[in-house]
Design a protein around this ligand. Sequence first.
Ligand code: UDP
Ligand code: MG
Length: 320
Amino acid sequence: MIRPALSIVVPCYNEAACLDVLHTRISAAARAVVGDDHEIVLVNDGSRDQSWAVMERLAASDPRLVAINLSRNHGHQLALTAGLDLCAGERILIIDADLQDPPELLGDMIATMEAEGADVVYAVRRKREGETFFKKLTAAGFYRVLDRVTDTPIPLDTGDFRLMSRRALDALLSLPEQARFIRGMVAWVGFRQVPFPYDRDERLAGESKYPLGKMIRFALDAVTGFSTAPLRLASHMGLVLTGLSLLLFAYIAIGWLSGSAVQGWTSTMLVVVFLGAVQMFVLGMIGEYLGRLYVESKRRPLYLVADVAGPVKGRASLGY
Ligand code: UDP
Ligand code: MG
């Protein structure tokens, strides 16, 4: 297999308005460091807009561009997986389609990779422009909670924007799981990984493709994929509640001994409702793990490709 020096992999969902500028800016950035020896892999994740038509046009105009059309919307992490699986480069840059992550940093990222002898250079967000207060707050909270509960240290404030070596990517692709939290999986893989601080720009066009529902699912995939701490929470809560119930027992015994036992509808209801809620919560948490176990056990392909435009140089190892 002839490997290009660099692959740039971009998952796209309803990004028609960004694709032309994206193509111009990433080709220029790639050309500045490796000349013609690169490929651009655009993955259309079942967009409802004109993204695929634009990609086909771009593929016809640029022999270095490969466009992959997934059979439907598989979600950001699986679209990215498809692109990574089908790219062939010696080095791989992952970037979003909305140009929030400036492709012009590529040169410096490659320089950092070489200077540090690193396998992964991950971009850490110093500032986030043009994102809502809610998004910034939830994101900041998410990375910190994740850091507390996971067993794998996952870098804070780091998205998927990163440069990887072929051996780090091959290691990543050897992880077969369905619920993919790629930034965590890369951290798990190890090798030498170095941070690269940058300021995140505003989205070029359109709006975030991560509504609240998707964000919650993404966060749950992250936590369940990298920690079993929530499963242990049940036994911790059980312990605390046992302590509390001993206190309550003493209180009831005193009431009974002093002959004022019948009152207490309020406290009884409180205890019943509280315990019911705790049990539901814990059951739900077990359900999150069980559901994922079930999905994994079906061993379905991670993604399905409907069409390809341009020369696919990589060989799929995972998906189909
Ligand atoms: N994306 C995707 N499939 C989806 C949702 C998003 O491929 O189902 C892509 C999207 O086109 C973008 C990247 O994932 O290139 C990150 O999404 P977005 O910029 O909307 O997320 P945000 O930056 O708001 O967190
Ligand atoms: Mg974005």
